[in-house]
Design a protein around this ligand. Sequence first.
Ligand SMILES: Nc1ncnc2c1ncn2[C@@H]1O[C@H](COP(=O)(O)OP(=O)(O)OP(=O)(O)O)[C@@H](O)[C@H]1O
Ligand SMILES: [Mg+2]
Length: 422
Amino acid sequence: MAENPFRIHGLVTGEFFTDRVAELTRIRDALRRPASKLLVYGYRRMGKSSALALAVDQVNRQRGHAFVADLSTASTVADVSNRILQGAAAALGKRWKNVAADLAMRLQATVSLTADRATGLLLPTVSLQLRRADLEDQRATLGSVLDAVNDLARDRGVTIGLVLDEFQDIARFGGEDAEWHLRGVIQRHDYVSYVLAGSKPHLIRRMIEPGRAFYDMLDVLYFGPIEPAYFASWIEQRMRGAGVVSDGVGARIMDVAGPRTRDITQVARTCFDRASVTGKAEAHDADLAFADCVAERDDAFADFWQQLTPHQQNVLRALAVAGEGLTSAETTGRFGLASSSAVSQALAALVDAGRLVREERGARYEFDSPFLRGWVVSRALLDIGIALPVTYRAPTLPMPAAVPRLANGERTGERFAHTPDT
Ligand SMILES: Nc1ncnc2c1ncn2[C@@H]1O[C@H](COP(=O)(O)OP(=O)(O)OP(=O)(O)O)[C@@H](O)[C@H]1O
Ligand SMILES: [Mg+2]
C-alpha cells in the first residue's frame, strides 16, 4: 500500500509542505534585514511553526544566519534564556567554531555546556538556580543572552535572525514587566532581527494595543488559512500521486474540517487511509473521515466534558447548534442558559482554556477544534432531544471578506488574509 501522503505530526517539510509563498517571503525578508521586527500571529494549527522553520532553513541555505527558539514549553524566564542559547548554539554551531563557549563567555550568568546527543554539538544552559531566582534576575539574564547574540552578530559582521516561537507566554510567567523589558532589549539591537510568533490571538492583540509594550513596534503578518480552492486541489493531487483517484473530495474536506491547516490535513490523512482500500475517494468519504477523527478523540473529549459545569455544557450545546445569539430568549430557553453575564463568563473561561476562540471584533465565538464541535453535536445533543449529523455547522451571518484590522490600526496586507474565526 502506498505511504500516506499527508503528515500531521510535528513540522512538515519537503513534499508534505505546500503554499505559504507570501508568508515565507515576508518572514525571510524580516530575518535578513538588520534590526527588523516582525510579529507573526494566527490561530493554532495554522502551520506557523512549519513556515517559520522553513524560512529559517532557506535563510541559512542562502548564507544568512537565523535560528528558532521554541518557547512553547518554557515555564520560567530562565527557560526562555536556555531555549535561545540552545537554538543559537545548534544552528550557528554548524557554521562557526566554539559558538557555545563564545556565547557563554559573553554572559554575566553561570552557564554549563552539555553535549547534544543527536548532533554532538555543545549546548549552553544557564544555572538551574536561576529558575527560582527573582523575576528581575531572570529578566536580566534574558537581556544579557539576547545582548550576547547581538554582540556575536556584530563581531562576525552579520545579521542574525531570531524567531521566538510562542513568545506571548512570556507575560504569563514573567508578568507584563517582562514584555516591557523584552521591548527595551529588542529595541537596542542593530544586528539581530526579531520575528515574534504566537498562536494566541486574544493575548497577542492585547500586547500590541496602545499603552502596551509592543504597541507600534512590530510589523505584522497575520497567519491565516491556506486558500481553500488551492488546498483542495493540492490534497487531491497528493492522493492521486499515492494511487487514490478522487474528484470533489478535496472541496468536501475543506467544508467539514474548517480553516485550520492541521485539521484539514488530519481529515485528508484519515480519508486517504479509508480510500486506499478501494483506490477511490468520493466527497462522502470526507464526512466519514471527519466522523473517524471525532471518534478517535472520544475518550479525551468525554473527560473534558465531565470536567465542565452543567452550565458550561449547555453553553457549548447552544454554540454548536445556534452559533450566535446565545443570549436571545429563544436560545436561552431552548438550552437552559442562565443570565447573559453567566453566559459571558462561561464563554470567557472556555476561551482561556483554549477550547473556544473569539473573533477579533464582535461577539462571535467558535470552537477551537472542529472535532470537539463534532463531538458535542454527535454525542451531547441527544440529551436534549436534538439529532444532527456530526459534520453539522451552525449557520452564521456572512462575514465581510475584509482584511482584519489590528488593534494598532495597521493592515496585515496578506494575500489570503481571512477574518479570524470564519
Ligand atoms: N504548508 C503546509 N502544507 C501542508 N500541511 C501543513 C502546512 N503547514 C502546516 N501543515 C499541517 O499542519 C500541522 C501543524 O503545523 P505547525 O505545527 O507548523 O502549525 P502551528 O501553527 O505552529 O501549530 P501550533 O499552534 O500547534 O503551534 C502540520 O503537522 C501539518 O499536518
Ligand atoms: Mg507552532
